[in-house]
Design a protein around this ligand. Structure first.
Ligand code: NDP
Ligand code: MG
Length: 385
């Protein structure tokens, strides 16, 4: 096979750097067409010197000159600003776009990549949460592949290979429960940012680590799964599985369950999405039952971790409600990370925005942009009081 040409949006993040580890470990399989960072100019420069992409984007324009001068004489074009992300996502010199940037910023570049016929390796779950209906319609229209990187969705995707004719009865998403599993409301009231940033099983970017602690991550994943696998709202369940070995399960109409297992290492689902439909050999550490004599399961505590029922509610309401949920949550997490609000005020803020921002049943792309902005304004008001 000729090497697959990759564009990595968010190459300096947790998923982005692990994707480059995968590329390094598979010589001859992949080439890098373009990379992007938001403000980590130093790492972006280093990556560009190693992989010699045709283009890099630095999102924050104040770092443009730094990147430009460091890459002078290199074969790499240097671009800056958010619009440039959509530009590189749609260029003809690439086959697969890995969306590994964080948050709502993923939406427009992903739309552009699909319109340009690119295969999407989707890490940026916020895109499907915000605009799942629109994205899945575009994916169909343009006949592109959309392969999940999120470990739970990769698990389900892997379980569905060869099952194309067989209807799904339900899926069960596993959740680690995060660092605060078993805590009471009262205890959560005083948890700190440092405690929330210590995830028991996964080493991830700050935003998704906070989402994991608050169970918003699982809520976002429920909505992500709905769109990826074309499910009804009542076909999605969540179970807490603290060891993070079973990455998720599918139940078919005969009652049989299929699961995918492995050590918690994002390089596996990243590699599967980039290599699909092939399984590429790897030397990642292997799972052994000897090290995990107990795999345990429990119900999520939805009355303490209110983000999870809020996400289910936003999914059931549909329209722009998940977009409101996502924007409010992004503002809430940013505020929590700068010590602006406490842990329990995050779901308060989300709930307030869900009840106040105007509801739209059939949003178009522009409506999502509007809803995102309106929600952020509303969330800022909430933070002032
Ligand atoms: P990180 O915070 O580690 O990395 C984010 C990347 O996006 C960085 O390259 C960052 O650049 C860039 N970035 C930040 N802000 C913007 C912006 N406004 N516009 C464009 N690019 C931006 O995040 P993760 O790698 O942890 O997560 C990335 C996505 O993957 C998220 O959607 C997350 O939910 C999803 N995901 C992550 C998992 C994980 O294990 N980390 C697991 C499953 C899903 P810079 O470095 O310059 O700030
Ligand atoms: Mg996940």
């Amino acid at each position: 096979h000729p090497p697959k040409r990759l564009t990595l949006l968010g190459s300096t993040g947790s998923i982005g750097t692990q994707a480059l580890d995968v590329v390094r470990s598979q010589p001859g399989r992949f080439t890098i067409s373009a990379l992007s960072a938001h403000s980590n100019a130093g790492l972006l420069i280093q990556q560009a010197l190693e992989f010699r992409p045709a283009a890099v984007v630095i999102g924050d324009e104040k770092h443009y000159e730094t990147v430009k001068s460091a890459l002078a004489g290199q074969p790499t074009e240097v671009l800056a600003g958010t619009a440039a992300l959509a530009d590189i996502a749609g260029r003809p010199d690439t086959d697969i776009v890995l969306t590994a940037m964080v948050g709502y910023a993923g939406l427009l570049p992903t739309v552009r990549a699909i319109q340009a016929g690119k295969t999407i390796a989707l890490a940026n779950k916020e895109t499907l949460v915000v605009a799942g209906q629109l994205i899945t319609r575009l994916v169909k229209e343009h006949g592109v592949g959309l392969y999940p990187v999120d470990s739970e969705h990769s698990a389900i995707f892997q379980c569905l290979v060869g099952e194309e004719q067989n209807p799904i009865e339900k899926i069960i998403l596993t959740a680690s429960g995060g660092p605060f599993r078993g805590r009471s409301m009262q205890e959560l009231a005083t948890v700190t940012k440092a405690q929330a940033l210590k995830h028991p099983n996964w080493d991830m970017g700050a935003k998704i680590t906070i989402d994991s602690a608050s169970l918003m991550n699982k809520g976002l994943e429920v909505i992500e799964a709905k769109w990826l696998f074309g499910l009804r709202d009542d076909q999605i369940e969540v179970v807490v599985h603290p060891q993070s070995i079973i990455h998720s399960l599918v139940q078919f109409e005969d009652g049989s369950l299929k699961a995918q297992l492995g050590l918690p290492d994002m390089k596996l689902p990243i590699q599967y999405a980039l290599g699909y439909p092939e399984r590429l050999p790897s030397k990642y550490p292997r799972f052994s039952f000897i090290d995990y004599p107990q795999l345990t399961f429990e119900q999520p505590d939805q009355s303490t971790f209110r983000n999870l029922p809020l996400a289910f509610e936003a999914m059931r309401r549909g329209g722009n409600a998940p977009c409101i949920l996502n924007a409010a949550n992004e503002v809430a997490v940013a505020a929590f990370l700068r010590d602006g609000i406490g842990f329990l005020q995050m779901p308060d803020l989300v709930e307030s925005c869900l009840s106040k921002v105007s509801y739209l049943a059939e949003p178009a792309l522009d409506d999502y942009v509007q809803t995102d902005q309106e929600t952020r304004r509303m969330a800022q008001e909430f933070l002032k009081h």
